[in-house]
Design a protein. Sequence first.
Length: 196
Amino acid sequence: MGLVFNYLPGQTPLDEDEKNGLKIQTILVQSELDEFEQKNIEQAILWTLTKKLSSVQLLTESFVKKLHKLMFGEVWDWAGSFRRTNKNIGVDKWNIPTELQKMFDDVLFWVEQESFEADEIVIRFKHRLVCIHCFPNGNGRHSRLMADVLVQNLFGREVFSWGRRTASSDVRSKYINSLRQADCNDFKSLIEFARS
């Protein structure tokens, strides 16, 4: 029968070709997939903790792809490759490299000019990265880890907690609501959520 995907609100469905990119054919339920992905992500997090990277190294297309591959490469054969289809969110597939470069240039300008506080620069970066939606899946998790890497390496600050300190059981809806506010150029809730 194969794996049946259960998408949560705000998740981007995979097309059939992307589903066929699953490397572990014995996975039959969503909870198994989640477990394998989480193990892979934890390995990527450990890798990021061993690196000290500059903005020149971090704010590149190659690093964005490399981190995604580290996070999902043991589970998906398309990990680290930009999506080849358009989705219900994100820029046109052909515009991904151009939009990434614009974002990198903006972030470098914000850092150089001290346009915003450190957390806001990084959260604006995270939001824009998830809006570009580079990959078939894992964009939210990838953009959060990219934000952690940036805030730690560029600003020497503690990584974000992303709602782990919140007593609420509805962390995902708080995250989605704060993203929607950021869509309207109001980053306050997303910054607060990131540090909660």
